[in-house]
Write a protein that binds this ligand. Structure first.
Ligand code: ADE
Length: 244
């Protein structure tokens, strides 16, 4: 069982988005628990204000440290010494490898910032890891936290019905996934590759591996450089005039 705690000004955004499909079922069946804590409820201000003007001037508002710190303290009895991930473009890029490592943790805390930022002192005080979804800027950390919770949860036992399905997929071995087809056998004059209808499992597996290699070479050559390749894989690439 994995417990996610999300410190946010928009708890509905977290709860609503993660209540559908696979993550909704995983929560209902008790494989994961996702709790959104509203930072505003910890404001000491009579207007429930949680942000203020930046010292030194400049545009936008900055989230004050006290409501965030108190919101964090309120979950410590349940989350213990869990890692606290702060969603920020300044963080370490999120990858499948990081998702696998985080999936080993029992409890995880996400801190979602808004406005122009968060007072640096509360980051220094409670955050253990700064994580980024990529080199672009979101309006807040919520979508980043939702994305990470989705990617981490699906690696946990019981969350995906079929246990095996994530072993073969994109990135698991550093390669992109082979193309998939279903009925009908011909769509807009395009045929399903005949080998997939042959029933010959050995040949199908070989073809799929080859497709993974060729796709990765053409769509993400940077991944191919880092992938673990067998002698057979190298032969396939050579046959197609591709340098690994
Ligand atoms: N918050 C704002 N932009 C972000 C990004 N790129 N990744 C994670 N959190 C963010």
């Amino acid at each position: 069982m994995k417990n996610f705690f999300v410190l946010t000004l928009f708890p509905e955004m977290i709860q609503e988005t993660l209540s559908h499909s696979i993550l909704g079922r995983a929560q209902r069946e008790g494989f994961v628990s996702i709790e959104a804590i509203n930072i505003r409820e910890f404001s000491n201000n009579k207007h429930l204000q949680v942000d203020d003007y930046p010292y030194g001037g400049g545009a936008g508002m900055v989230m004050q440290p006290q409501p965030i710190y108190d919101a964090y303290q309120s979950i410590v009895p349940r989350a213990g010494k869990a890692r606290v991930l702060y969603m920020t473009p300044q963080g370490k890029p999120f990858t499948q490898c990081m998702a696998k490592k985080l999936a080993q943790e029992e409890n995880l805390v996400f801190l979602c910032g808004h406005y122009e930022g968060v007072d640096e002192r509360v980051i220094e005080e409670i955050v253990t890891d700064e994580v980024s979804l990529g080199d672009f800027v979101l309006t807040g950390g919520e979508l980043a936290a939702i994305t990470m919770i989705d990617a981490i949860s699906r690696l946990m036992p019981g969350v995906l019905g079929k246990e095996a399905s994530f072993e073969e997929e994109s990135f698991s071995e550093g390669l992109l996934e082979y193309p998939q087809y279903t009925r009908p056998p011909i769509f807009m004059e395009r045929e399903v590759p005949p080998i997939l209808l042959s029933g010959h499992h050995g040949n199908i597996e070989k073809w799929r591996r080859e497709q993974s290699l060729l796709r990765t070479a053409s769509k993400r050559p940077d991944l191919l450089k880092k992938a673990e390749l067998s002698k057979k894989d190298l032969e396939t690439l050579q046959k197609n005039d591709i340098e690994p």
